[in-house]
Design a binder for this molecule. Sequence first.
Ligand SMILES: *[C@@H]1O[C@H](CO)[C@@H](O)[C@H](O)[C@H]1NC(C)=O
Ligand SMILES: *[C@@H]1O[C@H](CO)[C@@H](O)[C@H](O)[C@H]1NC(C)=O
Ligand SMILES: *[C@@H]1O[C@H](CO)[C@@H](O)[C@H](O)[C@H]1NC(C)=O
Ligand SMILES: *[C@@H]1O[C@H](CO)[C@@H](O)[C@H](O)[C@H]1NC(C)=O
Ligand SMILES: *[C@@H]1O[C@H](CO)[C@@H](O)[C@H](O)[C@H]1NC(C)=O
Length: 426
Amino acid sequence: MTAGTLLVFSTIISSSLSFPTTAWPAKGEARKLSTHAAVNASFFDWQKDGQPAQWANSYPKTWDSEIVKYTQPSPSYLTTAGPGSVTPDGNLLIMGNTTNIRITDLATGNTTADFAVEGAELMNRMRSITAPSGGYSLIVTFQLDYENKTLQEYTLSLSGIPSSTPISREGGSTAFEAHPFSNDGRYFAAHRDEGRIYSLSDPDYALTLSRYTFDLIGADWSSDGATIATAGFDGVGKLWDAHTGTFIRDIYAGVNAWNVQFSLDGKHIATGGEDQTVRIYTTGGNFTSEPIATFDGFPDWVRSLEWSPKGDFLAGGGWDQVQVYSMAEERVVQKREGEAGSGQDASEVKDLVWLDGGRKIAYRVFAGLEVYNFDANLKYRWGRGEEDDFVVGVDYVQTWFLPEKGWAGGFDPDHAVRFWEFDAEA
Ligand SMILES: *[C@@H]1O[C@H](CO)[C@@H](O)[C@H](O)[C@H]1NC(C)=O
Ligand SMILES: *[C@@H]1O[C@H](CO)[C@@H](O)[C@H](O)[C@H]1NC(C)=O
Ligand SMILES: *[C@@H]1O[C@H](CO)[C@@H](O)[C@H](O)[C@H]1NC(C)=O
Ligand SMILES: *[C@@H]1O[C@H](CO)[C@@H](O)[C@H](O)[C@H]1NC(C)=O
Ligand SMILES: *[C@@H]1O[C@H](CO)[C@@H](O)[C@H](O)[C@H]1NC(C)=O
């Protein structure tokens, strides 16, 4: 589950295990792709009362019509857009390449810090959160090699100055779709073969979730902070007591599990992964080992999952496809499917976000950010134009909504962060 109004999605993955088995082009190869699949009517578009969604006035918008654009510090690893993060209050933009971090004050556009991260060779992900002691905590992850992952926690002042030497810990980041921070912002989940829970305020605190035989990919905390759910490539989701690290139970999640998400009311938990199926289970005393509902038909991996704020809908995203399942109607009530199908470059749906109390949904596909407004049956898109190049394989994109500024945007796959005027709550 997500905390706060600003939804921050951290997104960098460098493990070769992360991808569906697709023939990806060589690293760094730039290509132009047709935008038709994204911009034209889809096979199944969003719809209301049988009428397909219409573009909102003046949409779709293309790159170079944004309000502001920041370019990533010169990337050395061309398939990596990011790592990047925006602080939860929307004040600071933190961008990295594989060795350096640059912090920008989004109010002034000024750089507040630009520094090499000690020992960093392949910094691959970052996340920021309001720190328990004030300011922000910034967690950056390195993939030194597959077996030896480390992460570092910097403390940043409100004005964007790193104010301490980082705390180093063993472990790597969970997948970008995971929600690794506890709701109270005090703990976060990481992995090093088995799962780990670390405390942001206490460098000596570490719980080991010890039943892992393979990487922990997904993680999510129950709203009350009592339980943490994890998903891994053993195809099994697991529930743990978040205070003691005690194993509670397994949840079957398919072949390779990618994602596990609690509904906000804590009553349900959903899983998704390689077998193109979303499974929904009850939690707590009412757990049954059979899912109470499933939906499938995704062209490939179910990569993203998000419960609506009230827990009445669950959205699943796969390759060029979003499905929205209604818990009340016990069926898929919306399906948006493009023409790309499985394995098409840059067509994987990422960063599903419910906005405006569940009246809108946002997601990334085809090098763009899209929003659908369910009530108005209108769709929005901010993405590359026909002539815009981007780096294929750079779909490690990230989305940020900044309600204080009325901005929407994120990390695009041409190594730029763009923000556009869009009031997600209007
Ligand atoms: C839709 O796609 C077709 C090719 O599939 C193309 O010929 C047509 O121009 C596109 N229409 C729009 C409005 O982009
Ligand atoms: C990362 O960016 C910095 C500039 O901010 C640059 O000096 C450094 O060489 C870059 N690192 C790599 C590995 O390209
Ligand atoms: C931001 O930078 C500009 C110059 O680029 C400078 O004039 C201004 O004082 C800076 N603002 C802050 C708050 O540091
Ligand atoms: C992991 O990498 C760090 C930094 O290079 C090194 O100090 C440490 O010995 C390595 N650990 C293992 C188990 O390889
Ligand atoms: C358990 O959950 C299911 C599905 O939400 C519900 O139909 C059933 O009534 C619940 N049983 C109990 C004992 O709460």
